[in-house]
Design a protein around this ligand. Sequence first.
Ligand code: PEP
Ligand code: MN
Length: 571
Amino acid sequence: MRVAIQGTIGSFSEAAARRRWPDLVPVPCREVQDVVAAVRAGEAEAGILPIENSLIGSVTSTYDLLHEAFGDGRLRLTHEVLLPVHHTLMGLPGAELAGIRRVLSHPVALGQCRIWLGRHLPEAELVSAWDTAGSAEIVAREGNPVLAAIAARPAAEAHGLVPLADRIEDDPTNQTRFLTFTRSDVPLPQNPDGPFKTSLIVCVDHKPGMLALTLQAFGARGVNITALQSRPERSKPWTYRFYVDVAGAASDPRVAEALEEIEALAVQLVVLGSYEAWPDGALRFAAPAPPPAHHVKKPDVPLVDRRRNPEGTVVVVGHLAFGGDAPVLIGGPCSVESEAMILETAELVAQAGGDMLRGGAYKPRTSPYDFQGLGVKGLRYLAQARERTGLPVVTEVLSWEEVPVVSHFADMLQIGARNMQNFSLLRAASRSGKPILLKRGAGATVEEWLMAAEYVLAEGNPNVVLCERGIRTFERATRHTLDLNAVALLRERTHLPVVVDPSHAAGVSSLVIPLGLAALAAGACGLLVEVHPNPAAALSDGFQSLTPPMFAELARRVHPEREQRKRRVRA
Ligand code: PEP
Ligand code: MN
């Protein structure tokens, strides 16, 4: 097979192409444009282009060619090749290292061997040439034993030279990435199971957030962006086009969805093509996202169904187990109000015998004028409180955009009642890999609630704890009506553990302890309650927040065995 390469025989491009096709016949071309032209003209079946060096970065001449070369669909990308770049110093047969006075190579190659040259040939003149293998050709042609070239080792044999020193590059990790391509009508086999990458060009409007929104189309679907380069738009100074490489083929459902969305958002989207990724390359870190649930066969038995795990699922958070032997008591304020306040509350929760700390940093408030939470600061304070007390932290995430930052700090993500059917949030929270506390929507049926949990499970995260927090009924005497029917029923319907939040159900602190105890009797494996050092001064939900002594009383009733143990120790 004929393969068009940039540079003369023995170039790095040829060495890279031989990693794919060991028996190729090289078709040397002067410039990258000539490589493309040779394949278009049928002078070669395939071509190879250097695209990026691990030390130097983009090969801009190739980037600037991609649109023109691949935008019209007549050529298609086929493979990625990674080539470790090892440099060899070569001279005429009989030449000696000590006698070398002038070294020729491509300036990048000279730069990559600077330390070795300084040490071994400090007096030699360094001369830039058009390409590495081309400099070997010049040395051979000149026939002067004081000349040497730096090039890939195969260039020595190709041009009748001998190696004087091998592996003279300063950085042994140096690699170059190449892309191979062919004409669209030439069948070049690809391994259908091999990892694929897709390269594209995106041009976006100068509007706040446009680039981020565009790239989010991938992030939100668990598609890994493996490279992002920007190049100036020549005809419009200070505007840019973005070159994006992602893991996966354009035909993968997740990538296809993302591309559809980007096409709608961007000024221009050019899909340059999908190609087989180099197997031991940078894709190692990319965990493939499972395909979206609507692309796989619906399971006969839903993932949440009790029949899938009759023993019941145990969800582990730090040292705690929801659905294990002991009930889990989660206490904390409705909102994180300040550093001092959350540290004080965490201490009192830990000392009273609570197991886990709650507290909202992002608050779903009915009125936009109410306190909305401290955001990232609140998350930092929660993490500090965990450091201080050892209590794992659960906190609410309001939108899919905030999943990364909330899951960075929290041990468990709470999805609040108002968001129970926010399906993009459910998917994003699932992909965070953190255990999820899924509250029931105030107007949601048990079936709808279970299907919301199914979203999380279908997205690949099995760790869901359901939280009953009261539903809206005709009864207005309490904030909501605690549905203990549902708690008992869920034990039959699902293997997922269920906890109860009596605070939001009752809306008044005096009912929290009896409702909590009733919930445990009905089969809940834990409680989520609000407690505040000074409920009257709380910025949200003070009325329903337990005082510290009330919380201590609840903790004693939830963990009576600890009380007995304490008493035994005292006696
Ligand atoms: C909360 O836990 O503070 C909260 C807002 O809960 P819910 O989503 O159940 O109203
Ligand atoms: Mn609250």
